[in-house]
Write a protein that binds this ligand. Structure first.
Ligand SMILES: Nc1ncnc2c1ncn2[C@@H]1O[C@H](COP(=O)(O)OP(=O)(O)OP(=O)(O)O)[C@@H](O)[C@H]1O
Length: 290
C-alpha cells in the first residue's frame, strides 16, 4: 500500500451497479481521506443510497474497485464491520425495549463501545432514556438510529440522509454531534438533500446525478468553479429596481457609487449559493424555473 492510499478511508474507482435495466451507478470515482467529513449530494434516484450500501458491504456491485478502511466491503469480515458505523433507516430494534436498554444492548456487539448514557445524551434523548421505542416520535426514532450507529465508536461513519424527519433544533444538535465526532478523528460520509447541511458539515462534497459524479470539491470551490456570476441589485432615483449579472461586481458597484455620488439606494450584491450551483449541476435549475 502506498502512503497515499493508506491515508484514504474510502477509495472507489469506476463503481458500477445496475438493477435490471436501470443503471443506478455509472462509473463513480470517490476518495475520502481519513478524518474528513465528506458530503454526497444528488437528487432523488441519483445513486447515493446504492453507493453507500455498497460501501457498507450490504449490496453487491457489478464493476469497479472499492476499498473501505483497507478492505473490500464485499468480502470483509466481522472485525471490519465493527470499525464501520452504519445508521439504518429501518432499524428493527425491539419496540418493547426502552431507549437505554436498546443502546446498552447494541453496545455489547462492539469490542470498544462508547458509554451508552453519554451517547443517549449526545443525540439528545436523555429525557426519553426510559421511554419504550414504540412511544418515540419519528424524529426521536431517527436520533436513536444515529445513537446505534455511533455506539461502537466507529472509525468510519456512513450516514444515509441522517437528519430526514428532524426538527430544526434536532438537526442543529446532530450537526454538533457530527462536528464532535469529526474532531475526535472519525471519518464521516453523509448523504443529504439539505444543501445547508452539506455546507455546514462537509469539508468536501461530491454531487452525483444519474449515477455519475458531476462535481467534486470543497463547498467554496464548487461555488467558485460552477457559479461564476454575482448579481448586483439597486434602485434608480425614480424607484425602478434594477439588477445586473456580472463577473466584476466591485467594478459595477464603483461605477454606481460614482453615478449616485454616494450611497446607492437598495444596494445588494448576491453570490450564487451552493443551492444555485447544485441545481445547475444536476440540471434542475431549468426544471424549477418552469
Ligand atoms: N432495489 C432496487 N431495485 C431496483 N431499482 C433500484 C433499487 N434500488 C434503487 N433502484 C434504482 O436505482 C436508482 C438509484 O437509486 P438510489 O436509491 O441509489 O438513489 P438515491 O440517490 O439514494 O435517491 P434518494 O435521494 O431518492 O434516496 C434509482 O433509479 C432507483 O429507482
Amino acid at each position: 500500500m502506498t502512503p497515499q492510499t493508506a491515508e484514504l478511508a474510502v477509495d472507489v474507482r469506476q463503481l458500477r451497479k445496475r438493477y435490471g435495466g436501470v443503471t443506478a451507478v455509472d462509473g463513480i470515482d470517490l476518495t475520502i481521506r481519513t478524518g474528513e467529513v465528506f458530503g454526497l449530494l444528488g437528487p432523488n434516484g441519483a445513486g447515493k443510497s446504492t453507493t453507500v450500501e455498497i460501501l457498507q458491504g450490504n449490496r453487491s456491485r457489478d464493476g469497479g474497485e472499492v476499498t473501505v478502511l483497507g478492505a473490500d466491503p464485499g468480502s470483509a469480515g466481522r472485525a471490519w464491520r465493527s470499525r464501520v458505523g452504519i445508521v439504518w433507516q429501518d432499524e428493527s430494534a425491539p419496540a418493547e425495549l426502552t431507549v437505554r436498554e436498546t443502546v446498552r444492548h447494541f453496545a455489547h456487539y462492539y469490542p470498544k463501545p462508547r458509554d451508552p448514557d453519554r451517547v443517549i445524551e449526545l443525540v439528545g434523548l436523555e429525557k426519553k432514556a426510559n421511554a419504550r421505542i414504540k412511544a418515540l416520535s419519528g424524529g426521536q426514532r431517527r436520533r436513536l438510529d444515529v445513537a446505534l450507529g455511533v455506539i461502537g465508536d466507529p472509525e468510519l461513519l456512513l450516514l444515509d440522509e441522517p437528519t430526514t424527519g428532524f426538527d430544526p433544533a434536532a438537526r442543529h444538535r446532530f450537526w454538533e454531534l457530527i462536528r464532535m465526532l469529526a474532531a475526535e478523528g472519525t471519518t464521516i460520509l453523509l448523504t443529504t438533500h439539505y444543501l445547508q447541511e452539506a455546507e455546514a458539515l462537509a469539508q468536501r462534497l461530491a454531487v452525483i446525478a444519474s449515477g455519475r459524479v458531476v462535481a467534486e470539491g470543497t463547498p467554496a470551490e464548487l461555488r467558485d468553479r460552477h457559479g461564476s456570476h454575482a448579481t448586483v441589485e439597486w434602485t434608480e432615483p425614480d424607484g425602478t429596481p434594477r439588477s445586473e449579472r456580472t463577473d466584476t461586481p466591485t467594478r459595477t458597484v464603483a461605477e454606481l457609487a460614482r453615478r449616485f455620488d454616494g450611497e446607492i439606494p437598495g444596494l445588494r450584491v448576491g453570490r450564487p449559493t451552493l443551492e444555485d450551483v447544485y441545481l445547475r449541476l444536476t440540471g434542475q435549475d431549468q426544471e424549477s424555473a418552469r
